[in-house]
Ligand binder design. Structure first.
Ligand SMILES: Cc1ncc(C[n+]2csc(CCOP(=O)(O)OP(=O)(O)O)c2C)c(N)n1
Ligand SMILES: [Mg+2]
Length: 324
């Protein structure tokens, strides 16, 4: 396969397309279930940002680690999580990834290398330096990638973590999903520089900005950063420019942006883009696409059913996993 597809074979490209479609279907279903009162609390949807999660995780091995964010459903699925166990976690059921204790914002799945989502903005950023140091000291053949938002890039811990990872050449990738807003705060109001990746030069590490709605561009940039980290070349800062179609969380009147702006970004849908590219290259047909769509819909129906019939956690186990 030529470079247009970053040397990925057609079957692998279909996997990436499937993952992006699964993330979208999962979140659309989660939102519906929330509106029906079946799921409680709040949630942060990444609809529109699927290309960043999938492109980044495609460059990682199953044994590599990720740390995720409050907007982390896509990261989980892209790293290989099962949607039924995720859905059970949303429902607070015993069969969920965290036995129903974590919910939307705290899904971890160590078996696929997902060390956990985090409700603290930039929470994973200092942690990834620790994970990287642990990998280095144990001489393991692993890389740790941390996802964080544009808002998180303005937290103090960002500076400390990048500096430490840089001086020790830790096997880490800093992956900033710049979705243009931190709640209602537009990036242009919160940062004086045009490209967040330019901050890398302050730590003596490479920085790159990519189109986060182009999963293959994200994959290429992450693959290069992962290779560098794995071969002892130290960390890289990647900025993936993308956009969240939905509000910040479940209570957001979205007075800080216009409908036109949202529409413009929706026209740059990462899923439609990859599908179109593959159809034009005759490695996907409209029929294949319809089959994929039917498959993800069935996967979500099965996941909801699994969650519904799963048992509630036994109240007698409430103190398990609690540190006192
Ligand atoms: C340390 C901390 N400060 C503030 C908050 C409240 N908060 C939750 S999400 C968020 C915005 C984060 O923006 P960004 O990092 O760009 O991620 P995005 O929501 O856009 O994915 C804020 C301020 C928090 N959870 N943690
Ligand atoms: Mg943001």
């Amino acid at each position: 396969m030529d470079d247009q597809f970053a040397d990925l074979p057609p079957a692998r490209l279909q996997d990436l397309l499937h993952q992006m479609m699964l993330i979208r279907a999962f979140e659309e279903a989660a939102e519906q279930l929330y509106l029906q009162g079946m799921i409680h609390g709040t949630m942060h949807l990444s609809i529109g940002q699927e290309g960043a999660a999938v492109g980044a995780c495609a460059a990682l091995r199953p044994t590599d680690y990720i740390l995720s964010t409050h907007r982390g459903h896509g990261h989980c699925i892209a790293k290989g999580a099962r949607v039924d166990q995720m859905m059970a976690e949303f429902f607070g059921k015993e069969t969920g990834y965290c036995r129903g204790r974590g919910g939307s914002m705290h899904i971890a799945d160590v078996s696929t290398g997902n060390l956990g989502a985090n409700g603290i903005v930039a929470g994973g950023v200092p942690m990834v330096a620790g994970v990287g140091l642990s990998i280095q000291m144990q001489r393991q053949d692993r890389v740790a990638l941390v996802f964080f938002g544009d808002g998180a890039a303005n937290e103090g811990a960002f500076h400390e973590s990048l500096n430490m990872a840089a001086i020790w050449s830790l096997p880490v990738v800093y992956f900033c999903e710049n979705n243009q807003y931190a709640m209602s705060m537009a990036i242009a109001r919160a940062s004086k520089i045009e490209r967040l990746s330019d901050r890398a030069c302050a730590y003596g590490i490479p920085g790159v900005t990519v189109d986060g709605n182009d999963p293959l561009a994200v994959y290429r940039a992450t693959r290069e950063a992962v290779e560098r980290a794995r071969s002892g070349g130290g960390p890289t800062l990647i900025e993936a420019r993308t956009y969240r179609w939905k509000g910040h969380s479940k209570s957001d009147k979205q007075r800080y942006r216009t409908k036109e702006e949202v529409k413009q970004w929706q026209e740059r849908d990462p899923i439609a883009r990859l599908a179109q590219q593959m159809i034009e290259a005759s490695i996907l047909t409209e029929g294949d696409l319809a089959t994929l769509q039917a498959r993800v819909e069935q996967e979500i129906i099965d996941a909801i059913e699994f969650a519904k019939v799963s048992p509630e956690p036994d109240p007698a186990t409430i103190l398990e996993g609690v540190y006192a």
